[in-house]
Each structure stands twice: as C-alpha cells, then as structure tokens.
Design a protein around this ligand. Structure first.
Ligand code: GLN
Length: 270
C-alpha cells in the first residue's frame, strides 16, 4: 500500500470542482472513496477548489467543464505544480473530458487558440470541424488497454459525451478503448480515451465510475500499490445496483442502435 497521505490510508482529491463541475464528474471521487471504505480502507475525500494550493493526494479526479474554466484550471495546475510532482511520484491522475484534454500537450480555447496542457499524457486536442459530440458513448477495451488486477481486460465502458474537441493519441500513450457507439476521441481511429502509467483520461461522463465499477477498481488498485509494486487484489463488492444501472444504459444504446439499423434498412428498400 502507498505511504499514507495526511494520516489516512487513501486520499482522493476532486480537482477544482468550482471550475470543472459542470457534468457531475465530482461523483467519481465519491465512488472511489466509498468503494475503498466499503472494503475497510479508510479514504479521505477532498474537494480541492481552485484559488488555493492543491493538496497532496494519492488519486486525483479532474472533471469536465466549459472552455474558459478549462484554460483557467490548466494554468493554475501548471503554476501550482503539485499535480505534476504527484504524478511523478506515482499518484493516480484521472481526467474526464476537459480534465482529459488538459492532461495532454495542447487543447483549444474557445477561440480555437492552442493552450498548453500539463503534458502528463501524450495526447493533443484540436477543435472538431463537425457537430459537437453529444450523446451516449459505448466503447470496448482496447487490446493494449490497462489490465485490472487478476488479468483480463475491462468490460465495455458506458457513459455520455458532450464535447467539441477532437483528441489524437500520440506514441507515448495508448488508447483506453474502441468506440462501439458514439464519437469518443473523434480523430478517425475509433479510439476512446488514453492512458499511460497511472494517468488515464476519457470522454465518458456518467459519472463514469458509477456506471463502470471495474474502471473505478482499476484506479483504486493503482492508487493502493506503491511505486513499482503489483496492484493488490481488491475484495469483491455487491455491485448489483451498479450493474442494473450499467445494463439499463447499455441496453438503451443497443436498442437505439437496432432501431437505427431497421430504419436505414426500411429506407434503403423503400
Ligand atoms: N470544452 C471541452 C470541449 O468541448 C470539454 C467539454 C467537456 O468537458 N464536456 O471539448
């Protein structure tokens, strides 16, 4: 287990909920802290607002937001330096949408000028030329995606997306998943999200960790392993409610996919 931070076994920080709280991604921090405490691991959850030094934590969650606050968050995080130092010593950094984009090298502001990201992930985001990507997003684990403890790969990922940015994954990072339905990174290779070491980004809102408990447990196991140590196995939890939510959302996408196909076939024949 990593050295306790601030006297607790695990510290989870939601980064700048005052700037990046538009899409409910703060729920990811809550899911992580609860899943730790349900297993008897004491977890401290910090809502780390902007305008003051970022606290030290084992796991950072950065959510989605509008273009302006996204630029302010990236600038503040670069100037503060805590997140970069934490990532360097092996802390887990998890970003969603704007949070994902700002972990990369560059992302666009509202006038489409490139803004410097934190460079923790080898991804670059530019403004898309098509319509904004809005709707349910389903993706299957990439073959070289992260491996949850015990082997295998992550199950299908479900969430919703709402973004204008298009993200390319560079050679220093790998895709998290491949899009089955929706847009995801939108750069033409069908990829969704990216990861490298213990830094992981995705376009999935939901909050994504409430709909995808396997992804939550992957991040938890990374955070509980010391640098270079194998991830500890996590006790199983009763996820029946989470599974019901997940299956309901996946079934809705499957149904609308089938309806879309039938509609296209009818139009084609008519
Ligand atoms: N402003 C970014 C974009 O539109 C991020 C949006 C979001 O976080 N949902 O691409």
């Amino acid at each position: 287990m990593s050295a306790p931070t601030g006297g607790s076994a695990l510290t989870v920080a939601v980064v700048f909920p005052d700037l990046l709280g538009t899409y409910g991604d703060g729920g990811n921090g809550l899911v992580l802290a609860r899943r730790a405490s349900w297993r008897g691991i004491y977890a401290q959850l910090i809502q780390a607002d902007s305008g003051r030094p970022l606290p030290t934590a084992d796991l950072y969650c950065i959510g989605g937001g509008e273009d302006g606050p996204q630029v302010r968050a990236a600038t503040a995080l670069r100037e503060d330096g805590t997140l970069l130092r934490a990532a360097d010593r092996g802390a887990v950094v998890f970003g969603v949408c704007a949070g994902f984009q700002l972990l990369g090298r560059f992302f666009p502001d509202s006038s489409d000028r490139p803004q410097e990201g934190l460079g923790l992930l080898d991804v670059t985001t530019r403004k898309g030329t098509g319509p904004r990507a809005v709707g349910e997003l389903v993706a299957t684990a990439a073959p070289d995606g992260p491996r949850p403890g015990g082997g295998g790969s992550l199950p299908r990922l479900t969430g919703f997306e709402n973004h204008g940015g298009v993200t390319s994954v560079g050679p220093g990072a790998r895709a998290l998943a491949h899009v089955v339905s929706g847009v995801g990174n939108g750069s033409g290779d069908g990829s969704e999200g990216a990861w490298s070491g213990r830094v992981l980004g995705t376009y999935l809102h939901g909050p994504v960790l409430a709909r995808n408990t396997a992804l939550a447990d992957l991040l938890l196991s990374w955070a509980l392993a010391g640098p270079g140590e194998p991830e500890p196995p996590l006790d199983p939890l009763d996820d029946s409610e989470e599974l019901a939510l997940r299956n309901e959302r996946l079934a809705a996408v499957d149904r609308s996919g089938r309806a879309h196909l039938v509609h296209r076939l009818i139009r084609h024949r008519g």
